[in-house]
Design a protein around this ligand. Structure first.
Ligand SMILES: [Zn+2]
Length: 421
């Protein structure tokens, strides 16, 4: 009995098993244990290894079963190291434990991505900066929204953040109110005359009314503050290049410029006599839309929005699947709907309309402007609606779970970075 058995002392815990058990994986260290003379203690007649006995239970169990199962409460990375030490290959791991084996690695990658994105926000700092410099302090205050460690500074910063957010929201509200009839006035006769010259525009609602002067004045005040803030931020920015390559800042800045040009043009509408001037005026009106970029500006320090961006970047595969599936289904149902409605009086009179109908139905929007009339059309519509629910739910579920994972990790990463900084 005794020569059939072998004693293994793993970090103080003695394991005993049949010699033949250790031979299960011929390429492993355990199979060749008899050759490891330096580990053999003749007095105690056992082999000694300075390893974790808790993990060794699972290694020994793998020799008994012929397949490796992992402890679920141990990090996969640690167990892989243990497997490497004992010379066990990853291919021996049972499929039920693949997740436990590789999860640690993917979690580590997620965490590194998060930490990287958290640190990236600080790229506008250039190499050597005199931190006591007043310009740098103002920049930190305006852009990174940091106030040092003084308590009053933090209070002032909070008030400033709320104030600038209110100004941005106020300005957006003004522009929305300006589209309501209650806040509009009729333009002067001279202005009407200018617009009437170009009757193709005058026949639309454009130019029939203009915002009330109070609204214009309120918006002007908001924009003066916001433009000043941007200019001051540009002047004090320690790294002008990073400032000029930040897409959000460029968009917002272009929006402000177009606002001021648009305002000046609107004030002098009666003086604009050429069609080019009027065209330019309309182009700047369109460009005003760029200012909506500043709404994202409010959210730039909210972690949830950063995480959302990170989620989309790391869910490229799922988004691709979603796009492909939607594309294929739109084509299939679009063609099918067009053909099924061929002999009926319907407004689905070409394949593109059919595809548009399919897209609106698949995404469960369903405006109801294009509807089938034939029996076959109704059956196709029902199938299309069901497919839409199923096809959208699958990748969106995966993306949502990625977001949830990132959100949770962000909490720990932020805490950890706070400790290490
Ligand atoms: Zn398992």
């Amino acid at each position: 009995m005794d020569d059939k058995c072998v004693c293994l002392n793993i970090g103080g815990t003695v394991f005993m098993c049949f010699r033949k058990t250790l031979k299960t994986f011929p390429e492993s260290k355990l199979a060749q244990v008899e050759q490891l003379a330096h580990c053999y203690n003749h007095e105690r007649r056992e082999y000694f290894f300075d390893r974790n006995p808790h993990l060794f239970q699972f290694i020994l169990d793998a020799c008994r079963r012929g397949v490796i199962h992992l402890p679920k409460d141990i990090c996969g990375i640690v167990f892989r190291e243990e497997m490497e030490y004992w010379g066990l290959a990853e291919r021996q791991v049972a499929p039920c434990c693949w997740e436990a084996l590789y999860r640690g690695e993917s979690e580590l990658k997620t965490m590194q991505m998060l930490v990287h994105s958290l640190r990236k926000g600080k790229k506008t700092r250039s190499g050597v900066i005199d931190k006591s410099d007043i310009k740098y302090r103002v920049w930190q205050f305006l852009d990174e929204q940091k106030s040092g460690n003084i308590k009053t500074g933090r209070v002032v910063l909070q008030i400033w953040c709320v104030f600038i957010s209110m100004v941005i929201l106020g300005s957006t509200l003004m522009q929305a109110l300006a589209t309501l009839p209650a806040f509009q006035v009729t333009p002067s006769l001279a202005e009407q005359a200018t617009l009437r010259k170009y009757s193709e525009w005058y026949n639309t609602t454009f130019g029939r009314t203009k915002p009330h002067p109070y609204i214009i004045f309120g918006d002007l005040c908001c924009h003066s503050i916001l433009t000043m803030e941007t200019l001051v931020a540009f002047v004090v920015c320690p790294n002008k290049q990073a400032f000029l390559t930040s897409s959000v800042r460029i968009i917002v800045f272009a929006g402000y410029i177009s606002y001021w040009i648009d305002l000046i043009m609107e004030m002098n509408l009666e003086k604009m006599t050429t069609v080019h001037a009027l065209r330019a005026y309309i182009v700047f009106k369109y460009l005003n839309v760029l200012m909506l970029g500043r709404l994202f500006y409010i959210t730039r320090h909210l972690p949830a929005f950063k995480i959302m961006g990170l989620t989309f970047r790391s869910s490229k595969q799922e988004l691709k699947i979603l796009g492909f599936m939607l594309g294929i289904l739109v084509c299939v149902f679009g063609f099918a709907m067009f053909i099924s409605e061929l002999l009926h009086q319907t407004n689905i009179n070409n394949v593109f309309v059919g595809m548009y109908w399919a897209l609106v139905t698949l995404t469960t929007v369903g405006y109801g402007r294009y509807v089938p009339y034939s029996v076959l059309g109704h059956i196709i519509a029902a199938a299309c609606a069901l497919c839409g629910v199923l096809v959208l739910a699958l990748p969106i579920g995966v993306i949502a779970s990625t977001f949830y994972t990132f959100y949770n990790y962000h909490k720990y990463a932020a805490k950890h970075l706070q400790l290490t900084n």
